[in-house]
Write a protein that binds this ligand. Structure first.
Ligand code: SAH
Length: 470
C-alpha cells in the first residue's frame, strides 16, 4: 500500500531540484513525494512553502534561493511569474533549449517506449525576443485607468502590461495607443462579472513586410470611432469586431473594416498567404520558415509523387509540397481555413493542390477507399495529437514516408509508439524552438515504413485522378 503524503499545506521545506516538467516547473523529490516548484532550475537548492497537497505530489512556492544554478538569469519581463506565459525566462537561452530537447527525449523514451531514437539539438533563434507577430490582449481597469495585459494563469484577473518582450514592439505600441484612446474618451471597460461596459480586447498583427493590422473588440457599438481611426493612422488594416456575448471568447462574429486594406499578406518562401483577422498563421515567422524547411527536407518530395497533408490549416505546408510533387492534397476541419487555402493556391498559381474540408480521421480512410495512393503523408495535428483512426489509415496506406510535425511531445510520443507498432521506424527527430522563453516546443519527425512484406505500387496506378474529379 502507498503511504499517505506526509506533507501538509503551509509547511516550509528545503529541496534540491532534480528535474523539470514539460510546463517549465522545477521538480524535486523528498520522502517519495514529488514537489513542483515554479521558477526554479534543476540542480538548485531552494526553500519553499507548500501551497497545495495531493496524494502523490505537492505544489510549493520558492521562498529563498539557497544555491542558484549557473544557468539562472534575470528575467526581462515586468510580469514574469504573474502572467504565467514565459515560464523559462529565468534561464539562459542555451539552457532553455537543452531542457526542451530533454522534454522531447523523455517523452519519446518513456511514453513512446522508443529507446534508440536520437533527438537532434533544438533549432533555436539567434535573438530569442520580440519574435511574435500576433498579440491578443484583454483590457481592464487598473487604478481607474484603462490598461491592457494578460490574464493571470487560470483566472480572469488582469495583469497589466506596458510591454511584452516576446512581442514585436509595434504590437504593444498599438495596444498602448488603443488604451490611451479609451482613457482620453472615458470608454468604459467591459466587465465580465457584470456584463457591463464596452471595450473588451484588441488583436494586433504585424506581417513580415512591416504592415500592421489591428482589431478592436467591443460589446455594443464602437464609441469615438473617428478619434480611434485618427489615433491609429499608421495602421494598414483596422477592424472593429463586435462581441455582445457574455462569454470569454475574444472575438465575436461581426467584423467591420474601419480603415485600410481588408487583407494583408505574409510572404513565406516565395508563396504569399492571406492574413485576415481570423486566419490561423504560425506566430513566429522566422522559426516557421525553419520548421517548414525541416519538414520539406525530411519529406524529400519527388516530382511523380502524391502527398497528403493532414491538418493543413491554410495550406502553408501543402502549397510548398505542391511545388515539388505531382499532386498535394490538404485536409483540414475548419471551413474558413480551407477557403483561405484554396484562395492561397489560386493566388500563387498552384494548380496541383486540392483541399478537403473534413476530419482527418474520416477523410484519409475515404481517400484511400477512392483509390488514392499517397507516397508520403505529412501531419501537423493540434495538441491532442491524432485519433487512432488516422494512424490506422496511415498504416493501411501505401505511404512509405511520414513527416509528423507536433506541438506536444507527449501526444507525439504516444502516436509514434502506435506508428512504430504498425511497422514504421523513427529516423529523425528535430525539435524547433517556435516559442522562446516559454516551455513549448515544436518537433518534426521523419518515419520510414519498415514492413518487410510491403509491396511497392508503381506510380502509373497511383491516380484515380483526384484533382480532375474534385
Ligand atoms: N499545418 C498548419 C496548421 C497546423 S495547426 C500550419 O502549419 O499552419 C492544426 C490544424 O488542425 C488546425 O488548422 C486545426 O483547425 C486542424 N484540425 C484540428 N482537428 C482536426 C481534425 N480532426 N481533422 C482535420 N483538421 C483538424
Amino acid at each position: 500500500m502507498k503511504q499517505e503524503n506526509p506533507f501538509r499545506k503551509n509547511q516550509d521545506i528545503t529541496v534540491s531540484i532534480d528535474g523539470m516538467t514539460g510546463e517549465g516547473q522545477g521538480v524535486a523529490h523528498l520522502d517519495g513525494v514529488a514537489f513542483f516548484v515554479p521558477d526554479t532550475i534543476p540542480e538548485e537548492t531552494v526553500s519553499a512553502h507548500i501551497i497545495k497537497v495531493e496524494k502523490r505530489y505537492c505544489v510549493a512556492k520558492m521562498t529563498e534561493l539557497l544555491e542558484p544554478s549557473e544557468h539562472r538569469v534575470q528575467p526581462r519581463c515586468e510580469a514574469f511569474t504573474a502572467c504565467g506565459g514565459c515560464t523559462m525566462q529565468h534561464m539562459t537561452y542555451a539552457e532553455q533549449l537543452a531542457q526542451k530537447r530533454g522534454f522531447v527525449e523523455d517523452a519519446i523514451k518513456h511514453l513512446g517506449g522508443l529507446q534508440n531514437v536520437e533527438v537532434l539539438p533544438v533549432l533555436g533563434m539567434d535573438d530569442p525576443w520580440r519574435y511574435r507577430n500576433k498579440g491578443s490582449f484583454p483590457f481592464g481597469s487598473v487604478d481607474d485607468s484603462t490598461a491592457f495585459g494578460f490574464y493571470a494563469p487560470r483566472s480572469h484577473r488582469l495583469i497589466p502590461l506596458h510591454d511584452c518582450p516576446i512581442q514585436d514592439a509595434r504590437i504593444t505600441e498599438l495596444a498602448r495607443q488603443i488604451a490611451a484612446w479609451a482613457n482620453k474618451y472615458n470608454i468604459p471597460v467591459y466587465d465580465e462579472s457584470t456584463g457591463k461596459g464596452c471595450l473588451r480586447a484588441c488583436m494586433i498583427r504585424v506581417t513580415s513586410d512591416g504592415k500592421r493590422m489591428a482589431v478592436v473588440v467591443t460589446k455594443g457599438k464602437l464609441p469615438h470611432e473617428t478619434e480611434l481611426i485618427d489615433r491609429l493612422s499608421e495602421v494598414d488594416s483596422l477592424y472593429h469586431n463586435r462581441n455582445d456575448a457574455d462569454t470569454n471568447v475574444v472575438l465575436g462574429n461581426s467584423f467591420r473594416l474601419l480603415k485600410g486594406e481588408p487583407t494583408l499578406y505574409e510572404v513565406q518562401n516565395g508563396l504569399s498567404f492571406a492574413v485576415s483577422p481570423q486566419s490561423f498563421l504560425q506566430v513566429n515567422p522566422m522559426q516557421t520558415e525553419r520548421l517548414y524547411r525541416t519538414a520539406i527536407d525530411f519529406l524529400d518530395p519527388k516530382p511523380e509523387e502524391t502527398v497528403v497533408d493532414l491538418y493543413c490549416g491554410i495550406g502553408t505546408i501543402t502549397l510548398r509540397i505542391a511545388k515539388s510533387v505531382r499532386q498535394a492534397i490538404g485536409i483540414e476541419i475548419v471551413p474558413e481555413a480551407v477557403e483561405d487555402a484554396k484562395a492561397n493556391a489560386v493566388r500563387n498559381g498552384i494548380a496541383n493542390a486540392a483541399f478537403l474540408c473534413d476530419k482527418a480521421e474520416s477523410a484519409l480512410p475515404a481517400l484511400l477507399q477512392k483509390g488514392i495512393k499517397p507516397d508520403a503523408i505529412v501531419l501537423d495535428p493540434p495538441r491532442k495529437g491524432c485519433e487512432p483512426a488516422v494512424l490506422e489509415a496511415i498504416a493501411a496506406s501505401n505511404a512509405r514516408r511520414i513527416v509528423y510535425v507536433s506541438c506536444n511531445p507527449a501526444t507525439l510520443a504516444r502516436d509514434l509508439k502506435l506508428l512504430a507498432e504498425q511497422g514504421f521506424s523513427v529516423e529523425k527527430v528535430q525539435p524547433v524552438d517556435m516559442f522562446p522563453q516559454t516551455a513549448h516546443v515544436e518537433t518534426v519527425c521523419c518515419l520510414y515504413r519498415q514492413k518487410k512484406d510491403f509491396i511497392s505500387v508503381p506510380h502509373e496506378s497511383n491516380n484515380a485522378d483526384y484533382l480532375k474529379n474534385r
